[in-house]
Write a protein that binds this ligand. Structure first.
Ligand code: TRP
Length: 336
């Protein structure tokens, strides 16, 4: 890794097949940022355990997400790509940071409160500690910047607080990271309820496009997208459905919003929905194909994972030893 570049860390949970929303909002950015930064990307499988998962499914989804990232253009030669659980330092640093984190501040986290309601039968310590594990992820690599969605902003603030708290108590150790939050255009809404974010956990499959949907499915989902009855293709706050489709079309083609409006001026919704569907289908077809190809070469994926864990582990352990020393954990002298 080159040292003249800043370090960037990000991670995603292997909780399901990413959607078009995840692609346009996050994954595309991960790919783009690879030249500008030393990028470290992790599959947050430990975070995933904070809600109940079918073990077999978690394993399969983790591998699938790794393949998907590579298929989307995350280059394992350029960036460090690894599974969080393969680098034990993440859990180890979490323990140390736990001694600086207060139950009050963790209990106040919006996501903790939301998830506690949603999974009322399984409010476990891991769910509450989720943001501390996230802080460990980031601080282990001295990340300068962290691309995240708005929903994770509060967690990044906690990461900064913990870093500053540690530095004040034990002397300067951690880099205090800055968030990178993608622009508004990147927020993709549900195709069935355009007031809500597109989400892979939505029980209505027509509400989201998965990156592994085939062409026909993608087009069908766009044909069924909920719009208004005004039949004019115009971006406007009171037309959330059609505005969402305009956003999607513009994000995929790289054209701006007014360009898209002009292109479809005078056309009907039916025609526009098919155009959006076909454009999206064409954009994700190669991703789907490449992902399936990669998934049939498990030896390659295992190799990528192992290399990633070696590289990440080397960096993470350097930070962890420093932390252990600073807090006063005894370590025997090593013979040279
Ligand atoms: N919690 C993040 C999410 O659900 C995933 C994540 C885990 C993460 N560790 C991270 C993101 C560290 C940024 C940095 O989106």
């Amino acid at each position: 890794m080159q040292t003249d570049k800043k370090t960037l860390f990000s991670a995603a949970q292997p909780s399901g097949v990413p959607t078009l929303g995840n692609y346009l909002g996050a994954i595309k950015n991960w790919v783009m940022l690879q030249d500008e930064y030393n990028c470290i990307y992790s599959i947050a499988d430990l975070h995933c355990l904070t809600v109940r998962r079918e073990p077999k499914e978690l394993r399969a989804k983790s591998l699938e997400l790794l393949a998907l990232y590579i298929a989307c253009g995350v280059d394992p030669e350029k960036s460090c790509l690894f599974m969080q659980s393969h680098v034990p330092a993440h859990a180890e640093l979490t323990w140390i940071l736990n001694t600086l984190a207060y139950p009050g501040e963790l209990g106040r986290m919006t996501q903790f409160k939301d998830k506690s309601k949603k999974h009322a039968d399984n409010v476990n310590m891991g769910l509450m500690d989720y943001p501390v594990l996230m802080a460990a992820d980031i601080l282990l690599y001295g990340a300068d910047v962290v691309p995240i969605g708005v929903d994770q902003k509060q967690h990044l603030e906690l990461t900064r607080d913990l870093a500053i708290r540690f530095n004040n108590r034990y002397s300067e150790t951690f880099v205090v990271p800055e968030p990178i939050i993608p622009g508004i255009g990147a927020k993709i809404m549900s195709l069935q309820d355009p007031e809500r974010k597109m989400s892979k956990s939505d029980p209505n499959e027509n509400s989201y496009v998965s990156l592994l949907d085939d062409e026909e499915t993608v087009i069908r989902k766009f044909k069924r997208a909920v719009t208004d009855s005004d039949n004019s293709i115009r971006f406007s706050a009171d037309k959330p459905g059609i505005s969402n489709l305009i956003t999607i079309y513009s994000a995929v083609t790289g054209e701006n919003i007014s360009c898209t409006e002009e292109k479809f001026a005078g056309k009907g919704y039916g025609e526009f929905k098919i155009a959006v569907g076909e454009t999206v289908a064409a954009a994700i077809a190669p991703v789907r194909k490449k992902t399936l190809e990669l998934l049939s070469d498990k030896a390659y994926l295992d190799e990528v994972m192992k290399n990633g864990a070696d590289r990440a582990g080397y960096l993470a352990n350097k930070t962890l030893s420093k932390v252990y020393r600073k807090v006063g954990l005894y370590s025997p002298e090593r013979k040279k």
